[in-house]
Design a protein around this ligand. Structure first.
Ligand SMILES: [Zn+2]
Length: 150
């Protein structure tokens, strides 16, 4: 939202429409819809592919059902569309899926973020797992690669 409503063609998913909270955002969307914006259900097999990639990048915990629906829809149109999002996890998974991403407000991330786990007890780092194999404390997710802005 906040993007020009004369954007070539705006496509979104039903869960986004349900999430529009502010009356301004909702009004902008109504105008966009009169301008030819479409609301489409995502394809189930596209949803499956998004979930599988999000698990690989370990972004799955950060994604809402709406995020996954949007990614699935963007994947369907990936050859000639741009996904507008300011959500880092959504951007990250989109880049992995080969979807062109543009931020609405923030700057775009250039690097793929890779997550790792760090022990809350001994601070040792691991690729995965929930419990530290050394001291038995819980492992917490953290960013492994630094975010680079363009
Ligand atoms: Zn530990």
């Amino acid at each position: 939202m906040g993007y020009p409503v004369d954007h070539p063609l705006l496509i979104t998913v039903p869960s986004v429409v349900n999430e529009l909270k502010s009356s301004e955002a909702s009004m902008r969307f109504d105008i966009a819809r009169e301008d030819g914006a479409r609301v489409e259900m995502p394809q189930p097999y596209m949803v499956d592919e998004v979930i599988s990639v999000a698990k690989q990048t370990r972004d799955i915990d950060e994604l809402s059902v709406t995020d996954i629906d949007i990614l699935a829809k963007a994947l369907e149109y990936k050859d000639d569309s741009t996904l507008l999002t300011d959500d880092y996890a959504v951007q990250n998974v989109a880049v992995m899926l080969g979807i062109d991403v543009k931020p609405v407000v923030q700057k775009k991330i250039r690097d793929i973020l890779v997550w790792e786990k760090q022990c809350v007890g001994c601070r040792k780092r691991f690729d995965e797992g929930d419990v530290c194999p050394i001291c038995g404390s819980a492992l917490k997710k953290r960013r492994k690669r630094k975010v680079v802005f363009v």
